[in-house]
Design a protein around this ligand. Structure first.
Ligand code: AMP
Ligand code: GLY
Length: 428
């Protein structure tokens, strides 16, 4: 019999909570660790004992698979370090991670691989940026080259907004080094959708799932961009033909290009796309599972997630059967601290949550609406908020109306005046 897997998850938000829940449920899971940890996630995963050296900790605990959730440690080369220590990792090396860590690298590789994206040019000085702005005019999209926690993109409807974005990134250095170089690109128009595929670095490519998220903080089109206030899987309107097209035009070519360049990608590739009048266009690649897309995808997964991640990390996806998903859709609603993504209060009590979770545990009713902790802490018998995006509710159902009704039912049990959600997304 094959050895059971001792897994370590890196990261501690809603996405990692959802991953921990799915991995802990696997028959192949021997033991699951998490770093860093929070109170809620310890239901599924053990905290690693404190020690500055995470590699040493992994070795000491005989970890046989590391799953890295967020982009920053991947871009910083954490996967490389585990691989150097011969510990299998689900997540790309720093070199391949540049397709998310540097927009310029992503665009250059996409051009090389003939992947359709918005027309673009890079600037390294404000003068250069203004000369490109003169050429492109408004509307235009300004993006910092480096990671800026989802805040480095400005869709500028007019010239003044574009000039402000250039000033803020390049002169005020609001995003530090991330804004040292920027790109200006043509504005695209259409519906957004995301597709996830597992890549094993050996040419093994396995389509995983599709989703969409809602990034704005409110229904107002000019409200702040957030990391995502809700998600839905599968992506609305997606067809088998479109899935095949995405695989052929946006996933396989970048996999091949990265392998040819000596930077094979091993992990999950998340392609952010737009359906424009001229056809599908790539907005961005992410090198990790989406947050909150994962919270809408995993409740639909009927196959063993851990086995898939293990085979992907081993470069052996050819041995994995295609993942099975429920025909149901899943809608996920984020509950955030009022004020997010700007300033918000923390440490407020989420009344009713502890009682609701206890009741579901007793009735075995955890499947209809899954509760995801993204940033909470336990305080005696209550839960308190400990971040911006605090909780999430995922409802799986045959249709969106039923999923929304189920989420409303759970929401009605919570009393958290310092929190908010996108109420408009619960209406038709
Ligand atoms: P990105 O991080 O590149 O995906 O950009 C974040 C968000 O900005 C996307 O989800 C889109 O809503 C928007 N966006 C990015 N690029 C463009 C573009 N070329 N045209 C219109 N909207 C864009
Ligand atoms: N929800 C968007 C992301 O994870 O990047």
């Amino acid at each position: 019999m094959k050895d059971k897997i001792r897994t370590l998850i890196i990261g501690s938000g809603g996405r990692e909570y959802a991953l921990a829940r799915a991995i802990a449920a696997s028959p192949n899971c021997a033991e699951l660790f998490i770093h860093p940890h929070n109170d809620a996630i310890t239901r599924y995963a053990k905290p690693l004992p404190p020690n500055n050296d995470i590699i040493q900790q992994a070795q000491k605990n005989n970890i046989s698979l590391v799953v890295i959730g967020p982009e920053q440690p991947l871009v910083d080369g954490l996967a490389d370090k585990f691989r150097e220590a011969n510990i299998p990792v689900f997540g790309p090396d720093a070199n391949a991670a540049r397709i998310e860590g540097s927009k310029i690298t992503m665009k250059q590789l996409a051009d090389k691989a003939n992947i359709p994206t918005a027309r673009w040019r890079a600037a390294s000085t404000p003068a250069e940026a203004h000369s490109i702005l003169n050429q492109y005019g408004a509307p235009v999209v300004i993006k910092t080259d480096g990671l800026a926690a989802g805040k480095g993109v400005t869709v500028a409807r007019d010239r003044k907004t574009a000039e402000d974005a250039i000033h803020s990134a390049m002169t005020e250095k609001r995003f530090g080094n991330a804004g040292e170089h920027i790109i200006l690109e043509e504005t695209l128009d259409g519906e957004e959708l995301s597709c996830f595929a597992l890549l094993d670095g050996n040419g093994g490519v396995m389509p995983f799932a599709s989703a969409r998220d809602w990034k704005r903080a409110s229904a107002r089109p000019d409200s702040d961009n957030t990391g995502g206030m809700a998600s839905l899987s599968p992506a609305p309107g997606i067809t088998r033909e479109e899935e095949n097209e995405i695989l052929a035009r946006f996933i396989r070519p970048i996999d091949e290009t990265l392998r040819r360049e000596g930077s094979p990608f091993r992990g999950v590739l998340f392609a952010g796309l737009m359906r424009t009048r001229e056809g599908l266009r790539l907005l961005e690649y992410n090198i990790r599972f989406g947050d909150p897309e994962t919270q809408a995808i995993l409740p639909r997964l009927e196959s063993d997630l851990l086995e898939l991640l293990r085979l992907c990390a081993a470069g052996s996806l050819n041995e994995a059967p295609a993942p099975r998903f429920s025909a149901d859709l899943c809608f996920h609603l984020v509950l955030a601290a009022r004020g997010y993504p700007r300033e918000y209060q923390t440490d407020t009590v989420i009344k009713g949550l502890a009682a609701l979770e206890k009741e579901r545990e007793q009735t075995g009713d955890g499947e209809e609406v899954r509760i995801t902790h993204a940033a909470t802490r336990r305080d005696g018998g209550e839960w308190r908020a400990a971040g911006g995006r605090v909780l999430g509710l995922s409802a799986r159902a045959p249709d969106l109306a039923t999923a929304r009704t189920r989420i409303r039912g759970a929401l009605a049990r919570l009393d958290w005046p310092e929190g908010f959600h996108r109420e408009d997304l619960l209406r038709d």
